[in-house]
Design a protein. Sequence first.
Length: 233
Amino acid sequence: MAVRIKICGITRREDAELAVSLGAEMIGLNFYPPSPRCLTIERASAIARALKGRARLVGIFVNAERAYIKEHFDSLKLDLLQFHGDEDDAAMKGWPVAVIRALRLRADVALGAIRIDKIKADYVLIDTFHSELFGGTGQSRRLETLRALDLRRVFVSGGLAPDNVAEAAALNPYALDVASGVESAPGCKDHDKLTSFIANAKSFHMNKRSSRTNKRSTRGNSGASRAGAKLSR
């Protein structure tokens, strides 16, 4: 299956509509007040109405009160909740939709020691640690280090951009997540970068399927040739 794509930190309806038309399955809406990508419920509602039934809406929260999350969840009919702060397990329990737990990992952390299967969330998002910011930093890590992990329910994030997204897609994670890597300014998506990012991510798996199809076709033709040679004899 082609890798899923989540475009995070959307603040403009036109950016959301382009992302979905290009193949993004999820749109991330930020509700962390200190972030330059933070949305009011009113602005988020306009985006939600435009995308109704076309993509899943992910609400991003950082150390927020449960009442604050519930207000946004109820108002916007969010499809997933992403916890991107220092929330405990209790904060992620009791929601009627899937939850994503963000792990903000230092670039030099030993990933092999992380037990993804022990994390109590439906999905896990791996982001790069920043001492002052919660996500959207654009800081990257060596993607090959993620091969040590079971990525079947993991969103790979942190420093992704059009020029390295194919490498991330090759890891076969559940999804790829990008914010600053496709922006011209915080919250403003660059449409050329957005187009290239999604095309590069999707084309990796399309090329992979095409290669498998060609190999099967070659084997089939080879078998037919051998059969024809036998009949000729």
